[in-house]
Structures are given as C-alpha cells and as structure tokens.
Design a protein around this ligand. Sequence first.
Ligand SMILES: Nc1ncnc2c1ncn2[C@@H]1O[C@H](COP(=O)(O)OP(=O)(O)O)[C@@H](O)[C@H]1O
Ligand SMILES: [Mg+2]
Length: 326
Amino acid sequence: MTRFIAVTSGKGGVGKSNFVLNVAIALAAMESNVLILDADLGLANLDVLLGLRPQRTLEDVVLGHASLGDIIVKTDYRVGLIPGSSGTQDMADLDKRQVGNLLGAVREITHDTDFLLIDTASGISSSVVSFLMAAPEVVVGVNDEPTSLTDAYALIKVLKRNGYEGRVSMFASQAKNSAAGHTIYKKISSAAQKFLDIQVEFLGSVYADDKLPRAVKDQVPAIVRYPTSDIARCYRVVALTMLGQKSVSADIEKLWTRLVAMIMKAGRPKAMKAVSFNGEVSARSMEKTLQDILEEQRKTRILLERLLEALETGGLASRVHKGYTA
Ligand SMILES: Nc1ncnc2c1ncn2[C@@H]1O[C@H](COP(=O)(O)OP(=O)(O)O)[C@@H](O)[C@H]1O
Ligand SMILES: [Mg+2]
C-alpha cells in the first residue's frame, strides 16, 4: 500500500522541499520505493535542488500533452520525481477537481510505491488545501519564528474546519538541537490538542546546519553531499520514524497480531488487558496500549539515533565504555 504524504508549512522557506528530497533519499536507502511529486505548482523547484532540467512537467500532463508515466524522472538516488512547472500562474491555481484528477492519475502509477511524498507550496491557497485534504497524511514543517508557529497552527485549523480525518505530523525545522525542536513541537501539539482536538505526531527535528545552503548551492541533496553532517542524520532519523509510524496505521488485524506478539514477549500483565481474545476491546485500554507502543517507538528511535551518531563518528566503542545508556 502506498502512503500518500503531503508536506507543507504555513510559512514558506522553512525547508520543506529539502525535507521532502532528503527524507525521500533516506527512505529509499532503507529499501523503500519512493516517488516525489513536486506540487509547489507554479514555483516547483525540486528539479533545481537535484540539478536536473526535466523536458516535461506536470503542466504537460494537465494540458493533456503527456501522461504521468512520460514525465517521471529517475534520479541518481533511487527516487522517482514527478516534476512540477515553474513560472506558470495557471498551474498555481488548479482547482479542487483538477487536483483530484491529478492525484487519481498518480494513484494509478503508484502500485509498487511505498511512499509518495508531495511537496506542496506554502500557505493556505485552495490548491494547497486540496492537496492536503486529498492526502491521508499531512506533515507540517515548523520553525521557531512566531510567524511560522502561528501559520502552522492556522493551517492545521483549516484542515480541521474542512473535516480532515487523516494523520497530522510535524517536523521542527532549523532547530538548534533536539530539545529546541521538541519545544517547537510542544507549542504546536498542545495548541492543536487543546483548541482543535487534533493530535499531532512528531517526526523529529531538522537542525539548522549551514551544510544545507551549501548543498543547495551545489544542487546536490545534503544527505548525499554531506552524509555525515548533523542535518543528514536528522533526515535519516525522520525517515526511520516515518517507517515506524506504519505500525500505528496498519490495519487492525495486523495491529493486534503485533500487539499480542509484543505483549507476549514483554510479559507485561498490565498491557495484556488491552487485548481480549474474544475480540472485544475497551477503547481506554486500547488507547493506553497504543500510547505504550508510541513510547516504545520513541525509545527505539532515540536508540537508533544514538547508534547512527556513534557509527558516524566512529565512537561506538568509547561510548559503550563510558556506559552510555538509553
Ligand atoms: N535546517 C536548515 N538549516 C539551514 N538552512 C536551512 C534549513 N532549512 C532551510 N534552510 C534554508 O532555507 C532555504 C529554503 O529551503 P526550502 O527547502 O526550499 O524551503 P521551502 O520549500 O519550505 O520553501 C534553503 O535553501 C536554506 O538556505
Ligand atoms: Mg519549497
């Protein structure tokens, strides 16, 4: 099953396009089949970040001059790109029906795709909102600027008003460190929870790193150009977290199988209550068990993050000696 994930932000320039590109490459390196749709219609730039000059773009598809299959570009990083067009006002103003048609066509060519990442424009124009409403998962990029925070919140509010029922996640952009990123997450998630009754999941932080603008200048994705940089590690951790999210959205049958396996392994009688073998489950205990899983997942992520960091700096042995514990 393909996960359709639209990446957006209230405010522009938070690092969405680079996020989409680098996380896509990280996911592909983890054996996922990934396709990127450049839906910043009118001002598409993923091709530029990749140093490519596609002959045809989504505009040709919308005008009926080409099919989606014709315009997909294979990149060097095992990620496919559906290029968008730049400098065309008409493309920026696609209506709901046109966006629906486009995504319907995309759906038909994504049978073997694990992730379709959609890079949208910023703001809450109707074409952006149409993409978001049509995607089962939305990821919002937020940095610490008050305008970014309020715009991100406003965007989530628009989703709520339109009856969005999918998953909402966010990443903290240009954060100084993990604690700073978490603070940004807390601000958004508590407001969304309190005033909109929406739960926002956290995919992690993307640190502020001057390697990113340098990679942009070279037109090579940062994760490829500077694989051991802070920012490359952040993108990889996000990719891992996204892969981990799958278990939450998996169908209920699979979820229970996993739950039972986990509980049996951990031997926790308290969590046992969450599963009833005659098929009846109390909503509260299920919620508690899901929270346990998320917590477990969070811990795994921290462990993996440390492991990756240690492998990259070659300092695994010394850390173990120092008694580095999770
Ligand atoms: N984490 C970061 N660290 C350093 N610079 C960043 C970071 N994120 C974004 N930038 C800067 O912002 C610019 C815009 O990034 P981009 O991914 O195109 O944003 P968006 O798609 O949200 O408009 C980048 O070229 C870079 O100069
Ligand atoms: Mg962009």
